[in-house]
Design a protein around this ligand. Structure first.
Ligand code: NCD
Length: 319
């Protein structure tokens, strides 16, 4: 694997390879000494043009546990805020000997630009680009669902027939997009639930069913209910009347939690707006996978970095 830019073009075979290697990585993470020598001598640069807590820390932990050197480059406080272009930044990283660049950027397509530019020879991992994709989030979500479903026998399994309902700000969510493609590839049945204003214009080509009523979706008894953050920072208009109204109609509160089957997984990529899209009852319930998602994120990112940096390289770009 040369780069990981999206899940839309990620094959089932590659996706399962990442998930299975992540299982091996997870096994090593329960040991007392978590560090493996695998990527000793390699340099991973975290290039973050947008704020992030868990994704950046997760990639950092993943790289360090594989013994890679990590350089964290936050665009705020760097020359980027003085107007340095992506090209100049990339060439600087290249001159420093980066073997992999993990990039988060506000512009959809920035990771692909970097990967196909010729400015760097490093492998590129998309850690979230605009409203486009966030492939490692979808992979850690799939890993989490597979683990809850199959436990120790997860390896080799896809998500055939799993009924996943994704709720909330689909319009602005790269997490939703990456999940839709990956879940489709892995055989899950995806339902989207949102106010009509937060569903993208044309989802007819997406492998999903769209509902506008959360209670109807809950009555169907999904296997997993993924709540998305309302991304106020990406909203330039009023997409719903008020936060209270949103919470009342599309929030997962105690009543709706009680209406879900006992074993429905309640997921959220974080950061959560408690009381808006998800109540604390739901976020902290035994059905919640929120902290499992965070823990699994490290294993999945270890697998991705391993495949990019330790695997045999072909020049063919995969995903
Ligand atoms: C997501 C993101 O940044 O796209 N968060 C994350 O990576 N854990 C979702 C969000 O910000 O709501």
């Amino acid at each position: 694997m040369r780069h990981l830019l999206d899940t839309k073009t990620l094959s089932r075979e590659h996706a399962l390879a990442i998930l299975d290697i992540a299982e091996d990585m997870a096994d090593t993470q329960s040991r007392e000494v978590k560090k493996l020598p695998t990527l000793r001598g390699k340099t991973v640069v975290n290039l973050f043009f947008e704020d992030s807590t868990r994704t950046r820390i997760s990639f950092e932990a993943a790289a360090k546990r594989l013994s890679a050197d990590v350089i964290n480059f936050a665009a705020k406080g760097s020359s980027v805020s003085k107007g340095e272009s992506l090209q100049d930044t990339a060439q600087t990283l290249q001159a420093m000997g980066a073997d992999a660049v993990v990039i988060r950027h506000g512009a959809s397509g920035a990771p692909r630009t970097l990967a196909s530019s010729g400015w760097i020879t490093a492998g590129v991992v998309n850690a979230g680009d605009g409203t486009h994709e966030h492939p490692t989030q979808a992979l850690l979500d799939a890993f989490t669902m597979r683990k809850r479903r199959h436990g120790a026998a997860s390896r080799g399994n896809d998500l055939e027939g799993l009924r996943v309902t994704v709720v909330g700000d689909i319009l602005h969510s790269r997490v939703a997009r990456s999940n839709v493609w990956l879940l489709g590839t892995l055989g899950a049945e995806v339902t989207l639930v949102a106010p009509p204003t937060l569903v993208p214009q044309d989802v007819s080509a997406w492998p999903v069913r769209v509902l506008y009523d959360l209670d109807e979706a809950i009555a169907a008894g999904p296997d997993a209910l993924m709540m998305l953050r309302i991304q106020l920072e990406r909203m330039s208009a009023a997409y719903f009347p008020s936060e209270r109204e949103y919470a009342r109609r599309w929030g997962l509160d105690a009543g709706r939690l009680a209406a879900l089957p006992e074993d429905t997984m309640v997921m959220h990529p974080g950061p959560m707006n408690r009381g808006l899209e998800i109540s604390s009852d739901a976020a902290d319930s035994p059905r919640s996978t929120v902290l499992e998602q965070v823990a699994n994120g490290v294993s999945v990112r270890m697998a991705v970095l391993y495949l990019l940096l330790a695997g045999e390289h072909t020049n063919e770009e995969s995903a």
